[in-house]
Write a protein that binds this ligand. Structure first.
Ligand code: FAD
Length: 395
């Protein structure tokens, strides 16, 4: 394969599940790929660590299913949503696919994917921060990065922003400033929780919602979101925030009584949810959270990251031999945008509705009461946050 003038066919910024999914799928088709990641793996990452059942098929295609199972993830058969006063509804994991969901730390999951990327021939640079894009004739044609204070550039036929919610490459292109954080998310690994085995528990409380479930090595992962207003009110002290928000939920107070924190608390600011532009400009695709941040309540962000990585890879492979003509890049962008919309727009709309319910304890209580009465309604709502079997069709 020829790619005259460019260092790589594809360069990807960010080695989370979206970036590694794209990189592995591309390398498996003999595409020459560079993946640039600012951290050194394994690293902890703020996340609910609930891996939706559909991810298993992706792990198989990516060649990491064995490694994920060898890490002894917890098997999560159901998610139970608890209102503040203890009312609950269940969503069985089998509504999303057979085999159950996994509880596995991001340190382990992301490391497995990164190792696989290296194994299939992706050039990986860790500990390197991508600082911007290279542009020529209004086309993005690679990235600038910094390693130990030294600036490097790498050119490519296609550049992919997989830097997560920060959308580093996309933001460097626009003049707009980032907005103020509306929510803060926290996470830590705990021992001695009373969370029911095989269950991911979700708690509603004033100012947000949070989840608790088991992961590998008998640990539990507690991850919760609180409005920035509440966090400021409690002087950003994590223990006070936890006590005055999450523990206001009756079930959470019970499951977390006597638990012990085994890791540092991680926290991140959240600015917004929902869709961004999958093609921010010619020559640049966005995948994973850089393209859309689906509400964590749905437990499907990692699934979307794996899916959109695969979608971007397949789209590139289809246009690979035609690139070099600007019309082909336009066609590639159009096709990716269309397929992205058919795969994800419906899910993003449904999850937006669920978010409005989740952030309001009264509405959450009413929704739990209403959906608790009907398995059918609950199942339809839950499934509307997932692929409608069109993934293979759109490609
Ligand atoms: C509170 C919370 C709970 C969640 N719970 C769940 C859950 O239980 N289940 C689920 O499926 N999803 C969950 N999610 C969503 C999930 O975490 C994301 O959807 C997923 O991580 C997106 O993957 P990604 O690869 O797009 O981005 P990320 O996982 O964020 O990866 C981006 C990578 O890019 C790297 N990077 C960033 N900037 C640069 C740079 N300048 N140069 C080089 N590299 C860079 C980062 O180090 C990182 O490794 C949750 C999210 C939040 C906020």
């Amino acid at each position: 394969m020829q790619y005259p003038g460019a260092d790589y066919e594809v360069v990807i910024a960010g080695g989370g599940p979206a970036g590694t999914s794209a990189a592995i799928h591309l390398a498996q088709q003999n595409v020459r790929v560079l993946l640039v990641e600012q951290k050194v793996f394994p690293r902890h990452k703020l996340c609910g660590e609930f891996i939706s059942p559909e991810c298993t098929q992706h792990f198989e295609r990516l060649g990491v299913a064995g490694e994920m199972n060898a890490a002894s993830p917890a098997l999560l058969n159901q998610t139970i949503f608890y209102s503040r006063h203890g009312r609950s509804v269940q969503v069985p994991s089998q509504w999303f696919g057979s085999g159950g969901a996994m509880g596995l730390s991001r340190a382990m999951m992301d490391q497995n994917l990164m190792q696989r990327a290296k194994q299939v021939g992706v050039d990986v640079i860790e500990n390197a921060t991508v600082s911007g894009v290279l542009q020529s004739d209004n086309l993005v044609c690679g990235v600038r990065m910094k390693i130990d204070g030294v600036e490097l550039q790498r050119t490519a036929l296609l550049t992919i922003d997989a830097t997560g919610r920060k959308r580093i490459l996309t933001r460097r292109l626009s003049t707009g400033s980032s907005s103020r954080a509306k929510w803060i998310a926290f996470k830590a690994h705990l021992t001695n929780t009373q969370v029911a085995p095989g269950v991911c528990e979700i708690y509603s409380y004033p100012g947000g919602y949070g989840g608790l479930s088991t992961i590998e090595r008998g640990l539990s992962n507690l991850c919760f979101i609180v409005s920035a207003k509440h966090v400021r009110r409690f002087h950003s002290d994590t223990e006070t925030v936890l006590r005055k928000t999450v523990l206001e939920n009756r079930r959470a107070a019970k499951t977390l009584a006597g638990s012990m924190v085994q890791s540092d608390w991680l926290s991140v600011a959240l600015e917004s949810f929902g869709r961004q532009r999958p093609v921010p400009t010619a020559g640049l695709l966005a995948i994973g959270d850089s393209a859309a941040f689906i509400d964590p309540l749905t437990g499907s962000g990692m699934l979307m990251a794996l899916e959109s990585g695969e979608l971007a890879a397949r789209t590139f492979v289809r246009y690979r031999n035609k690139l070099g003509r600007s019309s082909s890049l336009t066609d590639l962008s159009r096709e990716y945008t269309q397929n992205y919309g058919s795969l994800f727009d419906r899910r993003l709309r449904t999850s937006g509705l669920l978010r409005r319910l989740a952030f309001n304890p009264q509405l959450a209580e009413a929704a739990i009461l209403l959906t608790g009465a009907s398995d059918r309604l609950r199942s339809r709502l839950a499934r509307a946050t997932r692929p409608n079997n069109s993934f293979s069709k759109v490609q």
